[in-house]
Design a protein around this ligand. Structure first.
Ligand SMILES: Nc1ncnc2c1ncn2[C@@H]1O[C@H](COP(=O)(O)OP(=O)(O)O)[C@@H](O)[C@H]1O
Ligand SMILES: [Mg+2]
Length: 278
């Protein structure tokens, strides 16, 4: 158990089921005009409560498909998915998770705070509750001074923070993120990675994070799930063992470099050094 896993979502909340996501024998076949496309096959994965897990692999290996199955945005062809011990459908209705994608997907006619408040409005919370929660969230993502701005007045990185705050609005115990920093420049990206690590630790939420950046996966994760395409499957699961503190100094440590190398070798299917000697 990591430090994060030991805490409830708010410190004082009771600890829920120990497993956030359980995928057993999950397969997904898309029927297309050119025939069946097997996007995923035999995927077994458990994500513990409070755990940060990245899915990494080449384009088309089924990362987004797996995330969409977890989010109940699509249904598996074979196998089963449980979110906190519930069917994916029930977890969606109960808003057990928040979602953030590569495009922030903000409503342009709503201010930062009104965008963040949206999931709370759908949940029919009182205005007083909502205002208090939104104030907390803009603080959490460092946008307190921008609460009344509109999305087109924000940088890409700031828009992505709003998307994260919105995903966290109803205090989900699970965050599902599909390349949320993929469209950002490298500096902003590293900065937001640190912010996300802090936010995940503070909220105690489990995270399933899709990326094709090896350093990003290693920096953020407790475990990195390496996938291969055709048909998409899990080839390796690499624990990072880097401890609970994910700060800029970590990026300079030998342990971090070692893990980056391990994930790179797993992705390429052979030790990088030996392969280049041949
Ligand atoms: N709705 C769909 N219909 C047909 N094929 C799809 C659909 N969604 C994904 N695929 C196919 O499934 C495979 C996995 O896609 P995806 O999960 O998006 O990969 P990744 O996110 O790892 O790049 C790809 O071959 C893709 O073309
Ligand atoms: Mg994808």
């Amino acid at each position: 158990m990591t430090l994060r896993q030991a805490q409830g979502a708010d410190g004082d909340e009771p600890i829920g089921p120990a497993t956030a996501v359980r995928a057993s024998g999950v397969g997904k076949v898309f029927a297309t005009e050119k025939g069946d496309v097997t996007a995923l096959t035999e995927v077994d994965l458990e994500v513990a409560a409070g755990e940060f897990v990245s899915l990494i692999g080449p384009s088309g290996c089924g990362k987004s498909t797996l995330l969409r199955l977890i989010a109940d945005l699509d249904t598996a062809t074979t196998g089963g998915l449980e979110i906190f011990g519930k069917p994916a459908r029930t977890a969606r209705v109960d808003q057990d998770y928040g979602i953030a994608f590569q495009q922030a997907g903000l409503l342009p006619w709503r201010t930062v705070e009104a965008n963040i408040a949206l999931p709370l409005e759908l949940r029919k919370t009182t205005k007083t509750e909502r205002d208090a929660r939104v104030a907390e969230l803009v603080e959490l993502v460092g946008l307190a001074d921008f609460a009344d701005r509109y999305p087109d007045q924000l940088s890409g990185g700031m828009q992505q923070r709003v998307a994260i705050a919105r995903a966290l609005a109803s205090r989900p115990r699970l965050l599902l993120m599909d390349e949320p920093f993929g469209a950002l420049d490298e500096m902003t990206r590293e900065y937001l990675q640190s912010e996300l690590a802090r936010i995940a630790a503070e909220t105690g939420a489990a995270v399933v994070f899709v990326t094709h950046s090896i350093p990003e996966a290693v920096f953020l994760s407790d475990r990195v799930v390496v996938m291969s395409p055709r048909p998409g499957r899990i080839t390796r699961i690499i624990p990072t063992d880097l401890g609970p503190v994910r700060d800029e100094a970590l990026r300079e440590t030998p342990a971090y470099f070692e893990r980056v190398t391990a994930v790179r070798e797993a992705l390429h299917g052979a030790p990088v050094s030996r392969a280049s000697e041949r």
